[in-house]
Design a protein around this ligand. Structure first.
Ligand code: C2E
Ligand code: MG
Ligand code: MG
Ligand code: MG
Length: 278
């Protein structure tokens, strides 16, 4: 059985490849239809403050209610959306739904939207997202954009402009999965992110790897010295949370505080924090 790109050798045509291609085409069409029917939904994962344990807001994580395959996580469709030109329609649909949800919870709860490196390069991206938020009658300051290092480091001048547009509207910007990509410290300084998110690979191994602990220490001190907030993701146990809190980490996110859940479920789980004052 020939595997695509295996060992960089010649790719021979095989029936399994044809089947794979057929399946991909089918998923592509299903995604197109699915986005039109709002099957791709915003799920929400809580982000908490270490200082007082309070809820800061939620990260918006896409989930596709696939009619045939059930609930799908992003690794099953984000790359497909990116490579078939559907990422814009998908993000816009998620953002519109998130705006409707945002109106039903207190205004201090911020929602963080992920933007893929492919989409980040799209001209007019920031303007388009801001226009959607405003059209939905929501303040842009309710939102945060999460981008990865790879998205911004290729064209620093362009990235600077996009980030400035977001920030002028009140949307804050976070650097996601920090430590896994490549970025130079001078670019980091220049782009003035509001927040750095420590990748979960360092967080998970924090209590049993001295190397991870040193990396986490370095990221926290870097972020704080630049006046940025720092969020640790992938926190699954209380010992890790306690350690991060002692180290001065600003915010935490992970299964310990809550898994990504539908809006209905989220409001039920965080009913006190999500109650809008009468
Ligand atoms: P991310 O932005 O780094 O999101 C964090 C991922 O870590 C999420 O996976 C979340 O469910 C998972 N996670 C959070 N806490 C824990 C924990 O304690 N333990 C473990 N094991 N995992 C945890 P998810 O939802 O599968 O999303 C994966 C990635 O897909 C995201 O990584 C993000 O890069 C991308 N993604 C998700 N939604 C969207 C979207 O709407 N648009 C775009 N462009 N990308 C998205
Ligand atoms: Mg993220
Ligand atoms: Mg992340
Ligand atoms: Mg990640």
């Amino acid at each position: 059985e020939a595997k695509r790109g295996s060992k960089g050798g010649v790719c021979l045509f095989s029936p399994s490849m044809e089947a794979e291609r057929f399946e991909r085409r089918r998923m592509e069409q299903e995604l197109r239809d699915g986005i039109g029917r709002s099957e791709v939904k915003p799920f929400y994962q809580p982000i908490v403050r270490f200082s007082d344990g309070g809820l800061c807001g939620f990260e918006i994580l896409a989930r596709w209610h696939h009619p045939r395959l059930g609930l799908l996580a992003p690794d099953a469709f984000i790359r497909l959306a990116d490579s078939t030109g559907q990422i814009t329609a998908m993000t816009n649909s998620i953002l519109r739904q998130a705006c409707i949800d945002a109106r039903q919870i207190p205004a201090h709860l911020r929602l963080a939207l992920n933007i893929s490196p492919t989409q980040f390069e799209e001209p007019g991206l920031a303007e388009a997202l801001i226009a959607i938020i405003l059209a939905e009658g929501v303040s842009p300051s309710r939102f945060e954009i999460e981008i990865t290092e790879d998205a911004v480091m290729d064209d620093i001048v362009a990235a600077e402009r996009v980030l400035a547009t977001f920030r002028q509207s009140g949307i804050s910007v976070a650097l996601d999965d920090f430590g896994t990509g490549y970025s130079s410290l001078s670019n980091l300084r220049r782009l003035r992110f509001d927040k750095i998110k420590i990748d979960q690979s360092f967080v998970t191994s924090l209590t049993d790897s001295v190397e991870s602990e040193k990396i986490v220490d370095a990221i926290i001190s870097l972020a704080l010295s630049f006046g940025m907030k720092v969020t640790a993701e992938g926190i699954e146990d209380a010992a890790v949370a306690a350690m991060l809190s002692l180290k001065g980490c600003t915010q935490g996110q992970g299964y310990l505080f809550g898994k990504p859940a539908s809006f209905t479920e989220t409001v039920r789980l965080f009913s006190t924090a999500c109650q809008v004052a009468a």
